[in-house]
Ligand binder design. Structure first.
Ligand code: FAD
Length: 473
């Protein structure tokens, strides 16, 4: 109430810009926009507004800037670090869901121009309808929005070949923290005209402005395709296989996902639809995919060679689209939120040089067990990119809060190992609220100083998504 009193008429003025039915103040309707999926963070806001055009976004931001009102952009709210949770009292959540137009598809140039609120899966579909392929793909693609993907520099399943969101973006349109619109919607592959401003907004988690539209790269459809799951004795064998496949198929290898036994076992326990892929259980699995002329044959030959040499324990190659989907379903089962049904989880989204993945798993597991015997380590994910989701699941029967109380200590142990291996404490999810302390601890003070200066240059009033990535000065 005090917040509305200090900014009389703000909600009405927002309603004048976006339309009254696109401004939400009712507590029940506002609630989903104040928290994130895992329930780790609960925020506060005066209202949520959903502008329908770039001009409306600009007007909302200009008004908030003039009134000194903090703004938190929110896409699908599937982020894993609390970045879209509004924390400043009296602030506004700016939802992007009405910015949902595909503005243009240009198969010749290999580009698609989309508004920030487009759902990722809709963009994939629009590209496919035009005979092209948009390769950004992740578990939340049915609900995350491209503005959120770009603002977190999302990774996902195809980074090995196509890179992260940053690599897929040619141009951006951004509403700056004072309401001015920067039109950088260029569809150019070559453009050496000074600083690459768009790179600053990619991965900025809404702290430097609101992305309203983007020009994204399209690719030829991946054909022919091979999808396989292989069984391995240990992570060393997985990395040896990766080396062999890269040699055989080059960047025709599009996905290489590492899954430990425990991830499948927990998935089978809690999620329907999973079937053990092999005649007997194996300690490690890799789900891999390759695409392009000659790639399936090259991958099959490499797998046969590894099998003959004893590096592989078993392999299943999908013979149809349905079988490929069933293998990908196993990846989903292994990674799903079902791990929460086992109690509390302490998650890490880390990257190390690919060759150090076995060291990371060995050292990280030892550290977690040293901190608390009985901790269940579920280290899985995009191993081909050096990216692991290093989840620590509480021992059975322990009080979840007692396990959660170890979060700081576990984080420090795991992140120190990551840093020692030359890695990153956030591979693809970002910093948000979750990792501010660890960013400060693990990053070079000079880098932090440069980041603070960039933030101050773009947003001197500190109104764009305050409290995220960096503590307010
Ligand atoms: C099941 C599941 C699987 C996932 N798998 C992956 C994965 O493989 N790889 C991966 O990278 N992530 C993954 N994620 C995390 C999440 O989906 C991504 O971070 C995604 O990019 C977030 O998009 P969003 O639209 O939900 O963004 P939100 O959560 O709404 O926002 C994320 C951040 O971006 C900011 N933001 C949102 N829109 C804008 C905008 N238009 N302009 C400026 N800032 C904006 C927000 O303020 C916030 O800081 C997964 C999540 C789930 C639930």
């Amino acid at each position: 109430m005090a917040d509305t009193l200090t900014r009389p008429g703000l909600v009405d003025r927002l309603a004048t810009i976006a339309g009254a039915r696109h401004v939400v103040t009712d507590p029940a309707a506002l609630a989903p926009h104040l928290a994130e999926g895992r329930g780790l963070f609960h925020g506060t806001a005066l209202c949520a507004v959903a502008p329908g055009t770039t001009a409306e976004v600009a007007a909302v931001i200009a008004l908030c800037h003039a009134e000194g009102v903090p703004v938190t952009p929110q896409g699908g709210n599937t982020g894993q670090c609390g970045g879209a949770v509004p924390m400043a009292p009296g602030g506004v959540v700016l939802r992007t869901d009405r910015l949902n137009r595909i503005r243009a598809v240009d198969p010749l140039d290999g580009t698609i121009t989309v508004e920030a609120g487009c759902i990722l899966a809709d963009i994939q579909r629009a590209a496919a309808e035009a005979g092209a392929h948009f390769p950004l793909s992740l578990g939340a693609e049915g609900s995350c929005r491209i503005g959120g993907n770009l603002s977190t520099n999302a990774g996902g399943l195809n980074v090995l070949r196509y890179g992260m969101a940053r690599d897929l973006t040619l141009g951006l349109e951004v509403v700056l923290p004072d309401g001015r619109v920067w039109n950088g919607l260029r569809a150019l592959r070559k453009d050496n005209t000074g600083y690459a401003l768009r790179q600053l907004f990619l991965g900025a988690e809404g702290t430097l402005g609101v992305i309203t539209a983007a020009v994204l790269k399209l690719f030829p459809p991946p054909r022919p395709l091979i999808t396989a799951m292989v069984a391995l004795p240990d992570p060393e064998a997985a990395i040896a296989l990766l080396r062999r496949l890269r040699g055989a198929a080059g960047d025709g290898l599009t996905a290489f996902e590492l899954l430990p036994r425990i991830a499948l076992d927990l998935g089978f326990r809690h999620m329907p639809g999973g079937v053990e892929p092999f005649a007997r259980p194996h300690p490690w699995q890799v789900l891999l995919e390759g695409a392009g002329p000659g790639v399936p044959d090259a991958v099959q030959a490499a797998l046969a060679q590894d099998m003959a040499g004893g590096g592989l324990a078993d392999a299943v190659i999908a013979q149809s689209g349905a079988q490929a989907a069933a293998l990908w379903r196993l990846r989903e089962i292994a990674a799903g939120g079902h791990q929460y049904q086992e109690g509390a989880i302490i998650k890490h989204d880390i990257a190390v040089p690919v060759g150090r993945i076995p060291d990371m798993i060995r050292l990280g597991t030892a550290a977690a067990l040293d901190e608390l015997p009985g901790t269940r380590v579920v280290a899985f994910g995009h191993a081909g990119d050096g990216n692991l989701h290093f989840n620590l699941v509480q021992p059975p029967g322990m009080a979840p809060d007692a396990f959660r109380a170890l979060t700081g200590a576990m984080n420090r142990r795991i992140h120190d190992i990551v840093t020692g291996l030359g890695g990153s404490i956030s591979a693809e999810h970002g910093i948000g609220l979750l990792k501010i302390d660890e960013l400060e601890r693990c990053r070079d003070p000079l880098e932090l100083d440069l980041m603070r200066r960039i933030k101050a240059a773009f947003d001197p009033a500190g109104l764009m998504n305050p409290g995220k990535i960096l503590r307010p000065a």
